[in-house]
Ligand binder design. Structure first.
Ligand code: SIN
Length: 344
């Protein structure tokens, strides 16, 4: 009797399981199809990696662009911004973009020089007198030619974003004369022109990713660095440096670049939205970025760093000595491009 009851229970349980697992119609097919599901499927995600803080000109521009695109595309496009080198540093971001692991980035001109040495033109010391010269140069033939150099690498340049002129900082001594550079070790970006700029002054250099600069200055692996005031403030480099010299000797700006295959795969209406959002962001950031007053005022009030201004005499002496670097790098950069740089 017990055996018959056992077999009965076994058969009933078996039939119930078969019905639930095997004979039920496909649950997925039964779900009602709504707009939300279609939205998710159609949403385009763009990963945008950069190496600076969110409150710098580039960080702010990236967030502004992301919000604008979300709004203009009615949520069809999501720009995911990864700041502070959290995804890739300047050593790895170009390769990541070429592989398509990220779709967009905005590296400094120095970082771009690893792709093509033509970009070194933008690192030449005293290349530009003021912000207007930078904008006119990049919005003209030079900008187009620099973007052309990216095509063979599967990259598409879409805009230039500005940060500003670079200043010098040091932990050991104020940099007031060219002799003061002797034996100072500078943290630099990956750029043979910047390396040469400091070597010519009797200084040494070490290429260090931006998000490791603070630590290396703090522990004394390097004693100086060059950067814009907004980067010095946002990365708190002033906390590990005692002296700053306003020198305006070089320029820091960015190329906004897409993976070309990815860009070409986008529907034309999305390309249009991105182009328009880029145009608006570029206009917005390039007005914001050149306003450094607040950061400079912050540093002036902050007693931890002493601020000097390069005298006109030393400025002129440094400019004159820099001309040799133009001659040295002209073959590498290309003389046809060098003619667009106003120079010292
Ligand atoms: C950046 O602004 O993207 C980095 C600057 C630097 O490495 O000094």
């Amino acid at each position: 009797m017990k055996a018959i009851t056992g077999i009965g229970i076994f058969v009933v349980v078996g039939l119930l399981t078969a019905y639930t697992v095997g004979f039920q119609p496909n649950l997925k097919e039964q779900l009602p199809y709504d707009d939300e599901q279609r939205g998710l499927k159609d949403q385009i995600t763009i990963k945008f990696s950069h190496v600076v803080a969110e409150n710098t000109p580039k960080g702010l521009a990236a967030d502004y662009f992301s919000k604008l695109v979300k709004e203009m595309s009615h949520d069809r496009v999501e720009i995911q911004v990864y700041p502070n080198g959290m995804l890739y540093t300047e050593n790895t971001e170009v390769a990541a973009l070429r592989r398509g692991d990220i779709q967009m980035m905005a590296p400094s001109f120095s970082t771009m020089s690893a792709i093509n040495p033509a970009w070194l033109a933008m690192d030449l010391p005293f290349a530009f007198e003021n912000q207007d010269e930078v904008e006119q140069t990049l919005n003209g033939a030079l900008g187009e030619k620099l973007f052309d150099t990216l095509k063979p690498f599967g990259l598409k340049g879409v805009a230039f974003w500005f940060n500003g002129f670079k200043q010098l900082t040091s932990s050991t001594k104020p940099l007031r004369t060219l002799n003061d550079f002797h034996n100072v070790k500078f943290r630099i970006q990956p750029s043979p022109v910047i390396e040469r700029q400091f070597q010519a002054l009797g200084a040494s250099t070490s290429i260090i990713p931006f998000n490791e600069a603070y630590h290396n200055l703090a522990v004394g692996n390097v004693s100086g660095q060059e950067n814009t005031i907004s980067n010095i403030v946002s990365k708190k480099l002033y906390q590990v440096q005692r002296y700053m010299t306003i020198s305006n000797h070089g320029y820091l700006g960015y190329a906004v670049v897409f993976n070309k295959n990815f860009w070409d795969s986008l529907p034309p209406d999305i390309q249009e939205i991105l182009s328009e959002a880029l145009r608006k962001t570029t206009e917005w950031t390039n007005h914001e970025a050149v306003k450094h007053e607040e950061d400079l005022i912050f540093l002036q009030k902050n007693n931890s760093i002493q601020i000097d201004y390069l005298s006109e005499e030393v400025h002129k002496q440094w400019k004159d000595e820099s001309k040799a670097i133009y001659e040295e790098f002209a073959p590498k950069i290309g003389r046809d491009l060098m003619k667009y740089i106003p120079g010292p």
